[in-house]
Design a protein around this ligand. Structure first.
Ligand code: APR
Length: 251
């Protein structure tokens, strides 16, 4: 932790790259955690694809509405608020997240790049015409739910998230790479580093001369690229890190 504080103190530009582990301490199961309820017998890799949506739109759409309800009930933990405090200490800070739960935005983080989209956004299958999220019903029961139709072209509406096999949003990807090549330090929080191309970011940052700090209770594919490792949960490590940084700030 001391090494991480020493590395972050002089940093003028910091990228915080977060994955599903960032939301574990808010009780949000990651994609790969055992699914519960009506979804227990589905394989998420089966559900999170365009083919699955075309095969059974009501099932896939219902599953995403269930995840959206789960996420809306979640309370962002102290680690989320620590990152908001951090952006007041560091001249330039951006969060680049693989998560679709919208929690960084919900706690008021100013700059968030959502690499894999968001459960709170919807667009149509045919042409990705945006669809107003407040017109997407929130069924009270879990289960399949027929998606609405696009107001412009009549195609079924889908969640605006990146499905397996799909390209990442161009603008978000370009921004993530740009920030990763410019930053002095990158905090990598709660990602296994198994999914490309997001897993490249720590390597891009390291290659551009940034200090890479990993926050994760377990070793990961990214650990080898990290100069500094803080083994622990985001909900505890991030508040401690920011407290230590603000401590020395006091006159
Ligand atoms: N704090 C920090 N990290 C944690 C915590 C915690 N409390 N609990 C678990 N972790 C770590 C795990 O050790 C693991 O390394 O979070 C990581 C979660 O890894 P994944 O579940 O693979 O999540 P992620 O890396 O974000 O997956 C990337 O894959 O499922 C698809 O598109 C989906 O965005 C997702 C992508």
């Amino acid at each position: 932790m001391v090494q991480a504080v020493r590395a972050l103190r002089p940093a003028r530009c910091v990228v915080v790259a977060t994955g599903a582990g960032m939301s574990r301490d808010s009780g949000i199961p990651t994609f790969r955690d055992a699914l519960t309820g009506v979804w227990a017998h589905y394989d998420p890799d089966e559900l999170a694809t365009e083919a699955a949506f075309r095969r059974n739109p009501a099932r896939v759409f219902g599953w995403y509405l269930w995840r959206r309800r789960l996420v809306r009930a979640a309370v962002p933990h102290a680690g989320y608020h620590a990152l908001v405090a951090l952006e007041r200490i560091v001249p330039e800070l951006v969060v680049v997240t693989q998560n679709v739960d919208g929690l960084h935005r919900r706690v008021g983080q100013s700059r968030v790049v959502e690499l894999h989209g968001s459960l709170e956004r919807f667009s149509c299958l045919a042409a990705r015409h945006p669809f107003p999220p407040d017109q997407v019903a929130t069924p009270d029961a879990e289960g399949e739910c027929e998606p609405p139709r696009c107001h412009r072209c009549g195609a079924p509406v889908r969640p605006d998230v990146v499905w397996f096999g799909e390209m990442l949003p161009q603008e978000a990807t370009a921004a993530a790479w740009e920030w990763s090549t410019r930053c002095d330090a990158m905090l990598v929080v709660g990602t296994s580093g198994l999914v490309q191309p997001a897993a490249q970011l720590p390597l891009v940052a390291r290659g551009a001369g940034a200090v890479v700090i990993e926050v994760n209770p377990e070793p990961t594919e990214i650990s080898a690229a990290a100069h500094i490792t803080c083994r622990g949960p985001a909900g505890a490590v991030l508040p401690a890190l920011v407290a230590a940084l603000t401590e020395r700030e006091r006159p």
